[in-house]
Design a protein around this ligand. Structure first.
Ligand SMILES: Cc1cc2nc3c(=O)[nH]c(=O)nc-3n(C[C@H](O)[C@H](O)[C@H](O)COP(=O)(O)OP(=O)(O)OC[C@H]3O[C@@H](n4cnc5c(N)ncnc54)[C@H](O)[C@@H]3O)c2cc1C
Length: 459
């Protein structure tokens, strides 16, 4: 970055801290995705909305690529900066600026950590539903940018369903203040746009009443396919699980190797199910669910709330535990219709065998999401190549099943190359026009998510 630009960055109103030391910048070249790395030119540690507005204006004036960074838990490399980019870090913007329990609404800065906010709300008798398994590190701003979901997504919705207002700064239109109801079209473009249209500076959220009762059980099956067939049965039965998570045998083994959680090691496929609501509903649904699971041949285990919390802690730790099998991984997150869960699982396991790659599969089954994780040893270049060769195969398996490329992690840089497999040329062109309408010079997180090349000569 040239010295004049650095001086200008340092003179931004309120003088935010600017990181330029290559040793410090290294950490900002990564997110949670393995195998992807960038080399940013500078990081602005934003503390106020004005810092973000001014930094983006400077980037716009100089055509400098830039991107927002929250918890850097992205699994699609969407928070890996392009080389020479300006990173705008929101982690110092952690204030909950308004909390109205009576109207069940809150307003937060983008760097508020998701679990901190969920705990803050729960301590005040309120339920903030979006619960990505990364909640201990992910931020609300990052959740908005990726439209994060989580185990609760099927029953209570994803981040989009909780957002009732946004402030966002865009290269073309400056600072926008958007309200649900009046500005839905723009709000819904910003949510899930992976920081490619603008930077979210404030989020207003809808809260819910905390469910009064819950009950949790595990059901184990001889193999992954039979467990996933039961998912389709549960979802067709009229039971509304608060959480319904699927874990295959490799995932269970990795968890048990990391800590003795008490999952049945012999399980070929495991379902973890939570029901919630008022006492009578939970009891009634529990009876129906147990009957269905037993008649499907599932070995059952119901647990008390303390053990249940340990199970959910284990579930949140799957990504880390997979290192017990191989040191590195590349994760997919396709989403398919319930009837296609079992056949898609089988097709991916077959491809894994053919490629001689260990693939662990788990996911928020109530959403139809499957996370095939291709495990590899980075010191073994051939194994790494074989693992990465499965990325397009998994994407195609999801699309062939009538599904979508991403259930929750977004396309980022990992799945951007497959976007033209999912959409036809007119749709891709419409997407490129939308991107230009907000970011005509393509400075916002370039290379992530959007189709990059013209798909028709006639634009
Ligand atoms: C162990 C683990 C489990 C996970 N489980 C889930 C899960 O259950 N559900 C799920 O949906 N995801 C999950 N993820 C993926 C990830 O946590 C989510 O995508 C999360 O929403 C990212 O938030 P973040 O603050 O870390 O964003 P980052 O990783 O920092 O950024 C992600 C994207 O958002 C953009 N961004 C960040 N802040 C802003 C802002 N203020 N304005 C505009 N753009 C911004 C970035 O530029 C980037 O494109 C998981 C990840 C891990 C590592």
């Amino acid at each position: 970055m040239n010295p004049a630009l650095i001086a200008q960055l340092r003179r931004l109103g309120g003088a935010p801290q600017v990181l330029l030391d290559p040793d410090e910048l290294v950490a900002y070249g990564y997110d949670a995705t393995m195998g992807y790395r960038g080399a940013p030119a500078a990081v602005v540690m934003a503390e106020t909305e004005a810092h973000i507005v001014d930094a983006l204006a400077l980037a716009s004036a100089h055509g400098l690529p830039c991107l927002a960074r929250g918890g850097a838990t992205s699994l699609s490399a969407s928070a890996v900066p392009p080389d020479e980019a300006l990173v705008i870090d929101t982690n110092r913007m952690r204030r909950i600026t308004d909390f109205d329990a009576e109207r069940r609404r809150a307003t937060v800065e983008p760097g508020v950590v998701t679990r901190d906010f969920r705990d803050y709300a729960a301590a005040r008798g309120q339920f903030y539903a979006p619960d990505p398994s990364s909640e201990a590190a992910a931020t609300i701003g990052g959740n908005v940018a990726t439209n994060a979901g989580g185990p609760y997504a099927f029953k209570y919705g994803v981040t989009r369903d909780a957002v009732i207002g946004l402030r966002v700064v865009t290269p073309r239109h400056g600072l926008l203040s958007l309200t649900r109801g009046a500005d839905d079209a723009v709000i819904d473009l910003i949510i899930g746009s992976e920081g490619t249209l603008g930077i979210v500076t404030e989020v207003s959220l809808q809260l819910r009443p905390l469910p009064s009762h819950r009950s949790v059980r595990a059901a184990s099956f001889p193999d992954g396919e039979s467990a996933l067939r039961v998912v389709a049965q549960i979802m067709a039965s009229g039971i509304t699980p608060a959480k319904l998570e699927f874990l295959d045998d490799i995932t269970v083994e990795s968890l048990e190797r990391s800590r003795p959680w008490g999952f049945p090691r012999e399980a070929g496929g495991l379902l973890l199910v939570e029901l919630d609501g008022d006492e009578a509903d939970v009891r009634e649904e529990g009876v129906a669910l147990d009957k269905l699971l037993r008649s499907a041949g599932g070995g059952m285990d119901s647990v008390d709330p303390v053990r249940a919390e340990r199970w959910w802690e284990a579930r949140r730790g799957i990504t880390a535990s997979l290192a017990r099998i191989r040191p590195a991984k590349i994760g997919e997150d396709i989403c398919v219709p319930y009837s296609q869960l079992a056949p898609t699982f089988a097709a991916i396991k077959q491809a894994a065998d053919d490629a001689d790659v260990v693939v662990a599969i788990f996911g928020h089954a109530a959403d139809g999401t499957l996370h095939p994780n291709m495990l590899y040893d980075p010191s073994d270049q051939e194994e790494r190549d074989r693992a990465f060769s499965l990325l397009p195969i998994v994407a195609d398996a999801g699309l062939a099943a009538g599904g979508i490329l991403s259930g929750e992690h977004g396309l980022g840089r990992v799945k951007q190359p497959f976007i033209d497999r999912a959409y036809d040329p007119p749709t891709l062109n419409a997407m490129r026009r939308i991107k230009r309408a907000f970011d005509p010079d393509n400075i916002m997180n370039p290379g992530a998510m959007w189709p990059t090349e013209p798909v028709e000569a006639h634009q």
